[in-house]
Design a protein around this ligand. Structure first.
Ligand code: PLP
Length: 405
């Protein structure tokens, strides 16, 4: 973590080989204790840091010393958060952002030049699609989409100008799975930077670097926070690339706030325990929906009926907490179902303790044309459920009542 980490945080030399187990990293990676000997890490609400003398100041700015200068660059709370995620993902370095989208934008903007080309899976997060289609063309950066169900076509989209291969797995909101090993091989063969948005899996469930990813992005707003409180984002991976992203961000200012970093680092302490339960509940919800006659289809990575079940089992520890399904009867039946829920919340977030149900076609993906939505695998009746931590019987009862209404 050369220069990127605040003083007092141990260097990670994981590279995919954990010195400690995941749960121990989550709980024990912590900023150095202050003279007050606090047990739990304090909140460092400070915009800047003090220099001993002019020589200290010069050396700090020249990056001859690893030290905090200004919280747009580094802060002990954000460094602790980054350090944990980097260790969990087996990454060399990282940088934390105010939101997941700030992470996506800054990572791509730091690495791309005018004239460059991105190859991406068509099923990407709505705002990422917005970046590719509405904003990057302003800087002469183009993209081509491949169909998640036709990975054999990926190479046909690669051009001499292609620099980045970008994908999410599982995808939002369709819960499709991409073969990370295959993506890693293609990126290596064509000398592309492979970037994986690992938001739906979290570092507990899936580690894309093991399969050849150069960079891994998370929206920490989702399962990493896990309680619907703060926004955050992070990119971890190859040190040379993170260096570019860090310098870009240091100048452009998308840094994560120390308060949010403190909350998120605390959240990571319980990530594994929360996810075990989230995923157990989600599998039960998926199994319940699969057996219900009013449901057209159900997609959950760890259901045998998922088209990429074998790949999911190879690269994921658990199936995640998101289930996609279609209520028979199209858009009207879907809306009636959502309106009849009593316990599950209608909200735009996901990865919360509270079970959340959304209708992507009329909300998160409403800016896409119907054709674009269908190409991204989002039918009008598709419902996405982010399964929470309420008692499983209560979640299923609510779904059952809403379906029978
Ligand atoms: C939510 C989300 C993002 C954006 O994260 P924010 O923190 O909301 O900016 C990016 N990618 C995926 C897959 C997401 O689900």
């Amino acid at each position: 973590m050369e220069n990127l980490q605040a003083i007092g945080i141990e260097k990670s030399d994981c590279n995919g080989h954990f010195k400690e187990n995941f749960e121990t990293i989550a709980v024990r990676t912590q900023s150095e204790r202050t003279q007050f000997q606090e047990h739990s890490v304090p909140l460092y609400l400070t915009s800047s840091y003090v220099f001993e003398d002019s020589e200290d100041m010069r050396a700090g700015f020249a990056e001859e010393k690893e030290r905090n200068i200004y919280s747009r660059f580094t802060n002990p709370n954000t460094s602790e958060f980054v350090e944990k995620i980097a260790k969990m993902e087996g990454a060399e370095a990282g940088y934390a952002f105010a939101t997941g989208m700030a992470a996506v934008f800054s990572t791509l903007a730091a690495l791309l030049n005018s004239g460059d080309h991105i190859v991406a899976a068509r099923s990407v997060f709505g705002s990422t699609h917005g970046l590719f289609t509405r904003y990057f063309p302003k800087w002469n950066i183009s993209h081509s989409y491949f169909d998640v169900n036709k990975p054999e076509t990926i190479e046909s989209f690669i051009k001499p100008e292609t620099k980045i291969l970008f994908a999410e797995s599982p995808t939002n909101p369709g819960v499709d799975i991409l073969d990370l090993k295959l993506l890693g091989e293609i990126a290596k063969k064509h000398d592309l930077i492979l970037i994986i948005d690992n938001c739906f899996a979290t570092p507990y469930i899936q580690n894309p670097i093991k399969f050849g990813a150069d960079l891994v992005i998370h929206s920490a707003t989702k399962l990493i926070d896990g309680q619907g409180r703060v926004l955050g984002g992070v990119t971890v991976g190859r040190e040379d690339l993170i260096r570019e992203i860090y310098l870009f961000s240091r100048n452009t200012g998308p840094a994560l706030s120390p308060f949010n970093a403190w909350v998120l680092s605390k959240s990571l302490e319980t990530l594994s325990v929360r996810l075990e339960k989230h995923c157990e509940n989600a599998l039960k919800v998926a199994e319940f929906l699969e057996d219900d006659e009013q449901i057209g289809w159900v997609k959950y990575p760890f259901l045998k009926s998922h088209p990429q079940y074998e790949i999911a089992k190879r690269q994921m520890r658990l199936g995640g907490n998101v289930v996609a399904f279609e209520v028979k009867g199209g858009i009207e039946a879907g809306r009636k179902f959502i309106d009849s829920l009593q316990l599950c919340t209608r909200s735009a977030n996901l990865g919360d303790t509270r079970t959340i149900v959304t209708h992507p076609a009329s909300t998160t993906h409403s800016k896409l044309s119907e054709e674009e939505r269908l190409e991204a695998g989002i039918s009008d009746g598709l419902v996405r459920i982010s399964v929470g931590l309420e008692h499983i019987d209560d979640i299923i009862n609510d779904l059952k009542n809403a379906l029978n209404n």
